[in-house]
Ligand binder design. Structure first.
Ligand SMILES: [Zn+2]
Length: 568
């Protein structure tokens, strides 16, 4: 049932549709276009793993701070601006040009980082508890090492002191080999080759979705700057994650939810965790524009914005990739396949691999596939129909990591601003709105689209979209062969299958699909799929092909055994 039937929620009206990305799209400096339909490896040359040995030495932590010699700043991604701001600033966009911000680190050349350090931390013992609850002593080393985010804290060292770090035990997620599913969708798992499908179950996070990775980092930054009120616009998972972190750390939480669809599992979390939940008469994009305006232009409100325009959120989401590598014993897969909504995840993944490469921790970068829903395919349209792409202006990478870092690194670049602005104007004129049963990715104006273009560039990526029917069928397959997932998550598996059919992904390759949310996030969609609930016709989706309907039987032993296919 639609959540908006709940009369208890507060409702406010939004009649205009301000858009978060228009200001960023007002500048044009980049007429060239990159065609991602025919990506070239030479655009991001990937050396073989044998060209440079991966450092494997465990080095002792520097005395005093584990991060001495490292500095962090917020930097505008627009190369024509490139202003830098301290990490103690609360910014939702570059004050100079309104572009997105990155958190950028300057590591010393002799940084001493190695993957073994992170492996070693997984063995840490000692007392641990949620951190950030009070202004007390902070997280114990065991609590930080228990966290699948903060075990990798050397790779997101924006905090001044480890005692500032907020953790509720996020990031303890599974990388699961999925042979049954792989066979079903066409992987070559029976050969002697290395081809393997893995599912990264981010639904095992405390609030049931990948959002907790970023929220741990966002709340750490909020603690650094003394924020007491936090807010987000949400299709559901962000609100659940924000609400649970707010509940545990004692912050006032505001959740803006559009009048479209939100899965009941997610709404129930925000309500139960005590978030002030505003049901806004507008879509997600309108909600985000409103909350961003309040955070950015009304400092007297003191509201800290926790959407993924917040660059600190994306720092936490990088760790999903670290755990994938960790799960593969630091082997690099051929492909990372991820659903695309607001595009924070794929943006974070691209940054993670750029940084690992520039640090010399990896010598190969996996390819990226971003999978959207047909009803919300803005990135797919921009990349594949309009040919928009990242315009890297500092291709100094072949000269080595040190040169790349000193010249501004692969993070530097631009995108065709005028073309994106024109596309958004066209969408407005056509009154286009996102519509998909995969509510977590029901977003028409992904705020991180420029960073997603950067990730696609860095990871030689592709974009595809799949329809709702396809998403639900693959969700059921994931459930039948594993732990299950929410609808949006299954877009990654459906997309991997499509790319296999196209020959883009090869059957012998190693592919990791990111499952972003827990199967219990959207029980309505699951039950409707299996039961063929008539309400489902509002989505135009018939009874599922692998539906598992309950069998109605009389309370009689013979009939029950017959239904169990057990001979009497
Ligand atoms: Zn700027």
């Amino acid at each position: 049932m639609p959540w908006s039937r709940n009369p208890e929620l507060q409702t406010i009206a939004i009649t205009t549709t301000a858009h978060a990305t228009t200001s960023a799209a007002n500048r044009s400096t980049a007429p060239a276009v990159m065609d991602f339909k025919t990506p070239t490896i030479t655009a991001y040359p990937v050396p073989t793993e044998t060209t440079r040995p991966v450092p494997r030495t465990i080095l002792p932590m520097p005395s005093g701070s584990a991060y001495s010699g490292v500095s962090a700043v917020q930097r505008c991604i627009n190369p024509a601006c490139a202003r830098e701001y301290g990490v103690d600033r609360v910014l939702v966009a570059c004050p100079g040009c309104q572009s997105l911000l990155d958190v950028v680190y300057h590591w010393p050349k002799s940084h001493g980082l190695s993957f073994d350090r992170f492996t070693h931390r997984s063995l840490t013992t000692g007392p641990r508890s949620a951190a950030g609850v009070t202004t007390g002593p902070g997280a114990t080393p065991a609590a930080l090492d228990f966290s699948g985010v903060w075990r990798f804290r050397d790779l997101l060292p924006f905090f001044r002191d480890e005692r500032e770090i907020v953790t509720i035990g996020e990031g303890r997620t599974n990388l699961q080999r999925a042979d049954q599913l792989a066979k079903h969708i066409g992987f070559d798992v029976n050969t002697s080759g290395p081809g393997t499908l893995y599912l990264q179950y981010e639904g095992f996070n405390p609030s049931g979705s990948f959002k907790d990775n970023g929220m741990a980092a966002g709340f750490t930054h909020a603690a650094m700057v003394g924020a007491t009120r936090v807010a987000c616009a949400s299709t559901g998972n962000t609100s659940a994650s924000l609400a649970v972190y707010g509940a545990i750390t004692g912050k006032q939480v505001y959740v803006f939810i559009g009048d479209g669809k939100i899965a009941y599992g997610k709404l129930s979390q925000a309500l139960d965790y005590g978030a002030i939940t505003l049901q806004v008469a507008g879509d997600f994009d309108a909600c985000l524009a409103r909350v961003k305006h309040i955070a950015e232009n009304m400092p007297q409100a003191g509201v800290y914005l926790m959407n993924s325009v917040n660059p600190f959120r994306l720092e936490g989401q990088k760790t999903i990739m670290y755990r994938v590598l960790e799960g593969l014993d630091w082997r690099i897969p051929d492909w990372i396949v991820v659903p695309g909504g607001n595009l924070g995840n794929c943006s974070a993944f691209g940054k993670a691999f750029i940084e690992l490469f520039e640090l010399g921790l990896i010598t190969k970068v996996p390819r990226l596939a971003v999978i959207q829903a047909k009803g919300a395919r803005t990135l797919d349209r921009c990349v594949n129909d309009l040919g928009l792409g990242w315009l890297n202006r500092n291709p100094t990478r072949e000269r080595g990591v040190a040169d790349a870092l000193s010249s501004g690194s692969l993070l530097t670049g631009d995108f065709p601003r005028e073309q994106l602005k024109a596309e958004y104007l066209r969408m407005d004129a056509a009154n286009e709105r996102a519509h998909t049963i995969a509510t977590a990715i029901e977003i028409n104006r992904p705020v991180n689209l420029p960073k997603a273009l950067r990730a696609l560039h860095a990871m030689n990526g592709v974009v595809r979209s799949v329809d709702d029917h396809c998403i639900l069928e693959h969700k059921a397959l994931v459930g039948r062969t594993g732990f299950g997932c929410e609808p949006a998550s299954a877009a990654s598996v459906a997309g991997a299958r499509q790319l296999l059919k196209e020959g883009v992904i090869k059957p012998h390759e190693t592919v990791v699909c990111i499952l972003t949310g827990h199967v219990l996030k959207d029980p309505d969609a699951t039950v409707r799929y299996h039961m063929g609930d008539e309400q489902e016709h509002s989505f135009g989706i018939p009874l599922g092909r692998v539906a598992n309907r309950p069998i109605r039987v009389p309370d009689e032993l013979g009939a029950i055994l017959a239904a169990m296919s057990i001979p009497t």
